[in-house]
Design a protein around this ligand. Structure first.
Ligand SMILES: [Zn+2]
Length: 248
């Protein structure tokens, strides 16, 4: 059967002599593995279609399992995301999250639009930390772990300082925080941002400027949520951590 999809390359691996297998997140068919023959030949028309982060129109034939690319057109190559080390690290993390953390049935048109917006925001120079954290929140929500930050998960109290609770899926108030020994106290500005992450579509992200201490707090908060609910050892995240440590 012939497929015509819009897709974004979330994984690209060598396959045999000069070929590649790409995993696409598509707008209509979830994730799809496609063999790109001759992708590594210098003059291959298909070479750039098999590069990580490329957004394009892909035509492929598939009877079962892997498809075979028959034709494709690039919509956005996102070369800047492959050329700049820091951007490449953030974009790789987003792609690996879709590849590894998202079940097939959760990879619908909405996630395609979110990944497209995530890569676009990174390429446009929007804050990469905010962009990827917002994307992490969309992944959590798609996977069924979207937290609720409206009120205390235990007593319903909506006022006063709150602490993040990953295991109860939201926040706990001062009176209830003891119920989760891992609960992470949140400043007012960090909680405000988490609520924005919860409610915002990545396509609407503008230019955000955050104080360094708010960023540090959000890093801990999102890490707690991701470790509790997704818990995958991702190579791209280990690299981001290294970058952070040595302030590259
Ligand atoms: Zn409470």
């Amino acid at each position: 059967m012939q497929y015509r999809v819009e897709g974004i390359v979330i994984r690209s691996t060598d396959y045999g002599e000069g070929n590649k297998i790409v995993t696409l997140l598509t707008n209509t068919n979830g994730k799809a593995g496609v063999v790109v023959r001759g992708a590594k030949k210098l003059k291959s028309r298909h070479g750039s279609l098999s590069q990580l982060f490329t957004h394009g129109e892909y035509l492929f034939f598939r009877s079962s399992g892997l498809g075979t690319l028959t034709h494709g057109e690039i919509i956005e190559s996102h070369h800047v995301l492959r050329e700049q080390l820091d951007l490449a690290a953030y974009a790789s993390y987003a792609a690996e999250l879709v590849d590894r953390a998202l079940q097939e049935e959760d990879a619908g048109a909405f996630m395609f639009e979110q990944l497209k917006a995530c890569l676009g925001s990174l390429a446009e120079g929007k804050d990469p930390l905010v962009t990827t954290q917002l994307f992490e929140m969309k992944i959590l929500q798609a996977a069924g772990y979207g937290p609720d930050f409206s009120a205390c998960a235990s007593c319903g109290n909506a006022a006063g300082p709150m602490a993040l609770t990953a295991r109860s899926g939201g926040i706990l108030c001062g009176r209830c925080a003891y119920k989760d020994p891992q609960a992470l106290p949140l400043s007012e500005s960090a909680l405000k941002l988490l609520r924005v992450y919860q409610g915002m579509d990545l396509r609407r992200l503008g230019n955000v400027q955050l104080k360094d201490e708010t960023k540090q707090e959000l890093k801990k908060a999102m890490r707690l949520l991701m470790d509790t609910h997704i818990g995958l050892p991702l190579k791209s995240r280990a690299f981001l951590d290294q970058m952070d440590k040595y302030s590259i």
